[in-house]
Design a protein around this ligand. Structure first.
Ligand code: FES
Ligand code: FES
Length: 168
C-alpha cells in the first residue's frame, strides 16, 4: 500500500511498487488528463508535479511518491474554475490537437512557481523537455508571459488559487 497526497487530498493505492505513476493515475485512480506519449521519459506528455517539480511519470515507480505531494492537470483547475495559467492558455489559443498540453501546463506551472517572471531563455530552458508535434511553442511562450503578468498585469501565480468565475 502506498500513501501520498493527490491534488490536495490523501490517497492510498494497493498496486505493485514498480507500477509507473502514470498508470496508477489513469488506470487505478481514473484521472485521465495526464497522457501517455513515448513511455520512455522523452516527450513530457506524462508530466505531473511531484513536490512542485515537473516530473515524467511514465518511468516513475509509484513507490517513489510515497508520502509526497502529487499534482496532476486536474489539480491545476477545471473548466468552471481555470487557473491563471489555464486562462492564459485559452486567451492565447495555445492548444492544437491538445495531446501534449497537460504536460505543457504542468511544466509551465512548475516554472512560474519557482520563477514568477521568467525570461525568454528561462522559458525555453524550462519547457524544452515537453515536445509538441503541433508546434505550439510560440503561443506557449506568450501564455506563460501572460500568466506571469507581463501582459495581464498579474504579479504572482499560484495554481492552488484558481481564477474564480473564469469561463472556457
Ligand atoms: S510519455 Fe512519459 S516522457 Fe513521454
Ligand atoms: S498540441 Fe498537438 S502535440 Fe501539442
Amino acid at each position: 500500500m502506498i500513501s501520498f497526497e493527490l491534488n490536495g487530498k490523501a490517497v492510498e493505492v494497493d498496486v505493485s511498487l514498480d507500477t509507473p505513476l502514470l498508470w496508477v493515475m489513469r488506470d487505478h485512480l481514473k484521472l485521465k488528463g495526464t497522457k501517455f506519449g513515448c513511455g520512455m521519459g522523452l516527450c513530457g506528455a506524462c508530466s505531473m508535479l511531484i513536490d512542485g517539480v515537473s516530473t515524467r511519470t511514465c518511468i516513475l515507480p509509484i513507490a517513489a511518491v510515497a508520502n509526497r505531494k502529487v499534482t496532476t492537470i486536474e489539480g491545476l483547475g477545471n473548466p468552471q474554475m481555470l487557473s491563471t495559467l489555464q486562462q492564459a492558455w485559452v486567451e492565447n489559443s495555445v492548444p492544437q490537437c491538445g495531446y501534449c498540453q497537460s504536460g505543457q501546463l504542468i511544466s509551465a506551472s512548475a516554472l512560474l512557481n519557482s520563477n514568477p517572471n521568467p525570461s525568454d531563455q528561462q522559458i525555453d530552458d524550462a519547457m524544452s523537455g515537453n515536445i509538441c508535434r503541433c508546434g505550439t511553442y510560440p503561443n506557449i511562450k506568450k501564455a506563460i508571459k501572460a500568466a506571469a503578468g507581463q501582459q495581464l498585469g498579474v504579479q504572482t501565480f499560484d495554481p492552488s488559487q484558481p481564477r474564480e468565475g473564469a469561463e472556457v
